[in-house]
Design a protein around this ligand. Structure first.
Ligand code: IMP
Ligand code: MG
Length: 177
């Protein structure tokens, strides 16, 4: 029995995730022809998704990671966001694609869009693997979207519960939550 089976059920299996990542990569490849693309993966949740997505994009691109910490009490965000690790290059004139694991309340992405927008990029778009629209507290335009899910706490493929389960190769749901 795998270590997670007692606590986690599969919600979206790894083949379905991989097919979606490929599809998003194809769309992004088409849309960014001739542009200088900078992919920013938001840590830590988007590391797996961001790196798989980068490999699905058939364009020269620059890879950046950005660390944020959303203050939370358990599984609830307070909306107060802090950059814990910034990108390595100036973003002025760049076509930025921010890659997120999940847009839940939207407060983290709202902060990131304001913060990155102030650096005079050529454009900023959003790619999110998951969206939980029921929980939205602000409207975020998601340019590339993987899956819309119901209000369940999900783990795996980068997403954690208390820093655990990020390494599951699928999107799972915590039993009894
Ligand atoms: P938001 O600011 O509420 O949109 O949520 C931002 C962050 O909260 C996401 O990038 C995740 O790291 C985390 N988060 C939100 N929902 C979930 C979930 O269901 N499982 C794991 N992490 C989540
Ligand atoms: Mg996150």
């Amino acid at each position: 029995m795998a270590f997670y089976e007692k606590d986690v059920d599969v919600m979206i299996d790894s083949a379905t995730v991989a097919a979606k990542v490929k599809e998003l990569g194809t769309q992004i490849t088409r849309d960014y022809q001739g542009k200088e693309l900078t992919l920013i993966a938001v840590m830590k949740g988007s590391l797996f998704f961001g790196m798989d997505l980068a490999r699905a994009i058939d364009l020269p691109l620059t890879l950046e990671v950005l660390g944020v910490s959303s203050y939370s009490g358990g599984t609830e965000t307070t909306g107060e966001v802090r950059i814990t690790s910034d990108v390595t290059k100036p973003m002025a004139g760049k076509h930025i694609l921010v890659v997120e694991d999940i847009i839940d309340t939207g407060l983290t992405m709202k902060f990131l869009l304001e913060n990155l927008g102030a650096r005079h990029p050529a454009s900023v778009k959003v790619c999110a693997l998951l969206e939980k629209p029921v929980r939205a507290r602000t409207k975020i335009p998601i340019d590339y979207k993987g899956f819309v899910i119901e209000d369940k706490f999900v783990v795996g493929y980068g997403l954690d519960f208390d820093e655990k389960y990020r390494n599951l190769p699928f999107i799972g749901v915590m039993k009894g939550r």
